[in-house]
Design a protein around this ligand. Sequence first.
Ligand SMILES: Cc1ncc(COP(=O)(O)O)c(C=O)c1O
Length: 401
Amino acid sequence: MDSLLRPKRELDLYVRVRSRYSFRMQYTVPLFDLNYDEAEVQAVLAVLRSKWISMGPQTAALERAFAAHVGAKHAIAVTNCTAALHLALAALGVGPGDEVIVPSLTFVATVNCVGYVGATPVFADICGANDFSIDPNHVRRLITPRTKAIIPMHYGGFPCDMDRLLTVAREYGLAVVEDAAHAPATRYKGKAAGTFGDVGCFSFYANKNIACGEGGMLVTNRDDLAERVRLMRSHGMTTLSFDRARGHATDYDVVLRGFNFRMDDIRAALVLAQLGKLEADTAARARLRQLYVEQLRDISELIIPYADCPHQSSHYIMPVVLKQGGAARRNAIRHALAQRGIQTSVHYPAVHQFSIYRSLNAQLPNTEFVSAHEITLPLHSKMDESTVSLVVKALRECLAR
Ligand SMILES: Cc1ncc(COP(=O)(O)O)c(C=O)c1O
């Protein structure tokens, strides 16, 4: 029992530590909670008892299961989604002198990976306050002879307009790397997010729909990329420790300068347990989001992005956007919610406005508006329906102040 309680205690500690730097509050309604139970505990114990804790049979089983889940030819487990994005660009041969078109309303990893391979990020705006996906029209205007790739990010698990993005990419011969960190259950016109472009990258970070602490998955239908990524994931070595331990190989060559971006079997077992819960977890999130949308619809001060999204989402987060007031009012409302014990977040501070990227002088009006006015409300599959009503009531009161 004690082991089952630990994740919650760790979350409380995290909230306490974080709140010292933000609102100095103990949250009664956290933004997120893990969907962990005895299944995860037993999965990890089995790996520990097997004594094979690095990349091995659990990772191989996870790769098979994930490939089947998204309908991709190859799934390659890695240390995190950042490593997957890095490997994707490296395997595609993107390098110095190249440009990669990226969103700015994203987690900074979507952009940093471009710099890892020596290329330059070029920021595209989002469609608007109802749809935070990268705008295909703006993408088209940003293309130069140096452009090599586009990285669409499926914000909150709501898919980008892949038909239009792929049309642009094909017209100009650009590679597409999907940042599907939020989108393990997302489908666009019936097909899984992450399987439209050359490569799809998923995150299993601690607060994601599938969570193992640190973990990621790269999927592709291209054999050439899969082969390069497998080599690059493990130092450029032609065999793995597990192959050698099983007697499948006795030595190895090193054919390129790779990385150590391997997943381990402890995390792979956790991800497998979480993958088994994904369908029910997503359905619970969808119900809660539906309740949010119904209860928030009449608040004239708010925009609810993706309110009428026709595609299957992973419902990773619950964003709302204030129609006016700027970041000062948004922050005041977040502060008032925090005083009522409700944790919120901002997804995201615009990446092009961080010090490191300011010199690129990107002007992105839609991204800047959303970045200043967005509030992310609590959402996770363990939340009960009455908590949605509690959050909406508190938000109404804070907006009315
Ligand atoms: C949109 C997006 N891309 C990439 C990442 C990086 O994922 P990871 O933490 O697994 O490296 C995240 C993680 O939060 C993310 O939200």
